[in-house]
Design a protein around this ligand. Structure first.
Ligand code: CA
Length: 185
């Protein structure tokens, strides 16, 4: 073998090792999350991992589960993430299992009308359905205090956001929803 060929081979090997090390340090692998239906429910996108949970519960329980898994309810900071979530939801959620949306980590529990994400950041990108986020529920005959809607869900059918009551109370349905956790690597 000629010296030039040996050098070229050696250089290629060094580059391969460096490429391998660089990929390993990128850590584009989702953490292990128990109780998922299948690996399809754990997806990597950009620099984050997302776990899609099909079991329906209220907002606080959903967020607490995400925190217990080392993450929090998903933040949707731009349309690329919104599109990604809808794409996965269309594949893994039957329409009948999430007709009233899937919890995302957005709420205005502390200050009405001031929506904040579960990581504490303010809402700079919004994708509410026209007229949603208005704190008013379907049951407009209820007393104002019972109409409060402070937690937000996304629907796979249109990719839009809707505000709902965070927890179940008398006369209120559909507050138990599937949810998506975000895991920063
Ligand atoms: Ca509200």
């Amino acid at each position: 073998m000629k010296m030039e060929v040996k050098l070229a081979c050696g250089l290629a090997l060094v580059l391969a090792v460096f490429t391998c090390l660089a990929n390993a340090s990128t850590k584009n692998v989702c953490p292990y999350v128990d109780n998922l239906v299948s690996s399809e429910h754990l997806r990597f996108f950009q620099d984050k991992c997302y776990s899609f949970h099909v079991w329906a519960t209220d907002y606080r329980r959903a967020n607490n589960h995400c925190i217990n898994l080392g993450g929090f309810l998903v933040t949707v900071k731009d349309s690329a993430v919104n599109d990604f979530l809808v794409d996965v939801m269309e594949r893994i959620y039957e329409v009948d299992t999430a007709p009233h949306g899937t919890w995302i980590g957005l709420n205005d529990m502390i200050d009405e009308g001031e929506f904040v994400w579960s990581d504490g950041t303010p809402m700079n990108y919004s994708n509410f359905k026209l007229g949603q986020g208005n704190n008013r529920g379907f049951f407009s005959n209820l007393a104002p205090s019972k109409r409060v809607e402070d937690c937000v869900a996304i629907k796979a059918t249109d990719g839009k956001w809707y505000d709902y009551k965070c927890e179940k109370s008398y006369g209120i349905f559909n507050v138990e929803k599937p949810y998506i956790c975000e895991h920063r690597l």
